[in-house]
Design a protein around this ligand. Sequence first.
Ligand code: CP3
Length: 343
Amino acid sequence: MSRVTTTPRDSAFVRACRGLPVPHTPVWFMRQAGRSLPEYRKIREGIGMLDSCRRPDLVTEITLQPVRRHGVDAAILFSDIVVPLAAAGVDLDIVPGTGPVISAPLRSRAGLAQLDGPGDVGFVAEAVRLLLAELGPTPLIGFAGAPFTLASYLIEGGPSRTYLRTKAMMYGEPDLWHDLCARLAEITLAFLKVQAAAGVSAVQLFDSWAGALSEADYRRFVLPHSASVLAGLAEFDIPRIHFGVGTSVLLGAMGEAAADVVGVDWRTPLTRATELIGPDRAVQGNLDPAVLFAPWEAIEVEALRVLAEGRSAPGHVFNLGHGVLPETDPGKLTRLVDLIHRS
Ligand code: CP3
């Protein structure tokens, strides 16, 4: 697993996040642990998603699987963005093929009572400790969902294409919206602090669905809450990655929210993203996950283009523009890691 580094802090991944010189461009994949791997499908047989996230032994094994198989430059803790919501008292399930489903969607002020407080996530600290002992010099990334994306699941009750109810609350009951997001920011920050205190080397805040908003609405309704989460981690001195999908118009604002690295999806070239984000932040991304279904020659052309465009930023962490799709051939991911390391 180890490359030329001796500690996670000196790793190519952490150095690239900080815009420092690196021996090779580091690479990891969002959703690298998951259904694309036969060993993952096997270990998950008969065990629910939420239950597996609460078992440190399983979390450790699943987190290590893609590191062993692909030789990626970072591990990401196996968990889900709704794990802290479940710990806070929200009745929910993660339904295969659908995603998080909330029993009683939050549509009024009374619904805020579902969110008792951060709740006990000691199992996450235990998993991080087990992982650090196994990973050696390979850095471990902790993560959480950002207030907007979490609020969208809570309000809609599940995945949504239009975010109608979420936006109706945002525009119609702005006080309730801000109170909800402030509560979610507290829960998210507490969850990330548990991971940071246990020793993760970086954190990623997933605001996957923020791309549904205009820049003006993002700045007014979302940015202050995400910024309070990221700023609240400053004391740990670890890189903070801020990611969303379809965020071309939001990239500058997402960088301003106390992020060290901005994650970019495949729609915006990294050269353009760097102009929008500014010269003092690194970028992460952004190969279209669907490109992995093309023949290798096409994958190579696209990957080298992303790599070249990433050189416009002070630091570049190679990744996909969103998560690995479950049908992806894992052999192509391994080959991609090798290509990035050699190029
Ligand atoms: O990246 C990793 O390898 C770490 C694991 C990880 C999971 N979820 C595991 C998971 C991470 C970082 C997440 C974050 C997450 N969860 C996000 C943000 C990232 C993104 O994709 O934008 C979101 C929006 C969720 C909510 C969620 N949970 C969805 C949309 C799904 C997929 C539903 C499905 O079955 O297609 C989940 C379930 C989930 N989370 C799975 C995994 C591996 C699949 C569950 C399974 O294997 O049965």
